[in-house]
Design a protein around this ligand. Sequence first.
Ligand SMILES: Nc1ncnc2c1ncn2[C@@H]1O[C@H](COP(=O)(O)OP(=O)(O)OP(=O)(O)O)[C@@H](O)[C@H]1O
Length: 270
Amino acid sequence: MPALINLDKLGWAVGDKHILKDISLAVDKGEVLGIIGPNGAGKTSLLNCLLNQQKDFTGSVNFKGKNISTYAPRELAKSFALVAQKTAPVFNLSVSDIVRMGLLPHKTLFSLDNDFDKHQIELALEKVGLANKIHDAFNTLSGGEQQRVLIARALVQRAEVLVLDEPTNHLDVYYQHQILDLVKNLNITVVMTVHDLNLAAQYCRRLLLLDQGQVIADGPPEKVLGSSLLTQVFRLNCQQELDPVTGKTRVYFHLPKHSTKARNTGEANQ
Ligand SMILES: Nc1ncnc2c1ncn2[C@@H]1O[C@H](COP(=O)(O)OP(=O)(O)OP(=O)(O)O)[C@@H](O)[C@H]1O
C-alpha cells in the first residue's frame, strides 16, 4: 500500500540559511511518528512544510499521492488537524467556542450547530478532562488547560492526520501521559514533535531524529535513541536502558564534567 504522506528531498532555506536539508520520509496510515531533536533542529519548520504553511520549499510533499500544493485549504483543513506551539490571541471566546472551531471545515457558511455537534464538543472536552470548563473563557485557563482545549479542538475536527507541535508543553506529568495515550489510541495518523525523549519512546512506534535540518536517524525508539547518536546530537553523555515497568527504551543524560561551552558554538565539549 502506498504511504499516506511522502516527503521527497525536502529542503527549505531562508536566504543562505539552510533550515531543512534533503529530507525524504514516508508516513503510513495509522503510524504515530515522533520528531525529536535539539532546539533549532528544524522540527517545527518540517511540520510547516508538511502542512503547506511554508510554501517556498524545494523537493515535494505528497498526501495520498497528490502534491500538497494542489489541495484547496478547506480540503487540507479536513485532512489535517494542527495543534501548534503558538496560538493567536483569542480575546473573549469560551472554551466551547474554541473547540467548535474544529467543526468549521465540515460546515457550510450558514449551518448551525446541531445536537451531534454539541455532543462532539462535550465528548472531546471530556476526553481531555475539561468537561467542567466548557463555559469558561479560554483566556482564563492555565497554559496546560489551554493546551488541552486545543487538543479537544483537533479531536472534533475528525481529520485523517493529527499534527502536534510539542503537545505536552505546559502539561503536568499526569496530562503528559493521559494526552499522549489518548493521541496514540485514536487510530489515526499522528505526526508530532516531542522534546521529552522518554515520552516519545513510550508513545511513538517510530522516531525521526533531526539535527541541523537533517535526518540523523529514523526508526524504532530503541534504534534512534542509541546512546552514541544522542551523545553526538545533544553533546551530553547518554545511557540507554529498558524501563522495567513499560519494557520501553529509556535514556538518561549527564553533563560531561567541566563542560562550559554552549552547545550551539559547534565546538566539542571538553
Ligand atoms: N521564518 C524564519 N526565518 C528565518 N529563520 C527561521 C525561520 N523559521 C525558522 N527559522 C530558523 O530555523 C531553525 C529551525 O527552527 P525550528 O523552529 O524549525 O526548530 P525546532 O527544531 O522546532 O526548535 P525548537 O525545539 O526550539 O522548537 C532555527 O534556527 C530558526 O531560527
